[in-house]
Design a protein around this ligand. Sequence first.
Ligand code: DGY
Length: 413
Amino acid sequence: MTQQTSMEREARNILVQNDRGGYTIPTEGLYPYQWNWDSAFAALGFAEFDIDRAWQELETLFSGQWSNGMVPHILFHKPDPGYYPGPDVWGGTGPVPSSGISQPPIAPSFARMIWAKDRAAGEARLRALYPKMLAWVRWFMDWRLDRGAVCITHPWEAGRDNAPDWDSAMAMIDPQGVGDYTRRDTGHVNPEMRPTKYDYDRYIWLVQLGNRLGWNEARLLEENPFRIADPTMTFTLLRTARDLLAIGTELGLDTSSLPDDIATLEAGAETLWNPDLRCYDSRNAKTDTFAGCVSNASFLCWYAGIARPEMSAQLDRIMDAAAYPVPSHDPTSPKFDAKRYWRGPTWAVMNMLIGVGLEEMNQSQGHALRDATAQLISTFGFAEYFDPTNGDPAGGNSFTWTAAVWLAWAGRH
Ligand code: DGY
């Protein structure tokens, strides 16, 4: 049996073992529920060997959509005491117990990729998802724009929990009254690979604030001190709007809002261009100041259909600076921390989004990144993330989205 075949078999097994019946958990123990963008990756992985299950993953995700269009970042389908903060702390107001924030909107783009593998039979399922996906875009456009760029209201919303991008905004939060709580994550993985207590106090304080305000976006806009225009959200929403326009046009569905949305988001993306850094950056919407961070999210520009020679040069520099790229934070920065979650480690999922974008725009770095990611996973396994200096696997293991990246992209040479 070739190495590729055994890797493929292992990757499929991970998806099957993490399947909880209609949805897939990211990994046993650490993340025992349905996470939004993890689920989109799971669907893409399933599409390689069980197309019905792929659609079902997305349908279950959208079963938790709120009446205002928001699709939560966690759906708590079944109680699990091994995770904190659970549904009672969040107080989500949707049809399924949930968190009160969203996550990078990649599911619509992935639905289009899945449809490409299932054109005839998949059409009815895509048609049923389309208005829900459109409503999700509307929610972002109505509530989360700052000069056309998409803002997060909690670090968990970008999926890049403890990225240095948020450091100055986190420092503005005084987590008074957060009270006692018991973290569960550090019981599952090495605390040195996780956010600190300083971070967690602020994460929980922001959850308590949202719960107290009933997750009312208008009130959060006024009262939440944390509001960052972020490249992860902006680039993924821009691509999603483009993909929905393509789907809707082909299927003869209502696309009337999308051309304006795309123009707004394209202009918004340019407000994330930091001329001093010569890179796309996060921007604090409260202070209109840049974070000064070259992150792996900076390189999602191609995924959104935006190419800049300066970004190619940045990527060359970063790929040279890390043995196992793309690190989540610039290895030459004093804030780089090789094992601490989003402050340095390499994430196969981000590599895939960056690589897909590069390949679609015929940028030669795409192939190099795919090869580097395949080498990383085949050498070090299906970890949650990896130390970019030596490839050490970090965080949870048997991880759904890393397995899915192997099946859908890295393992397909
Ligand atoms: C966690 O609990 O660490 C998650 O990243 C929240 O989404």
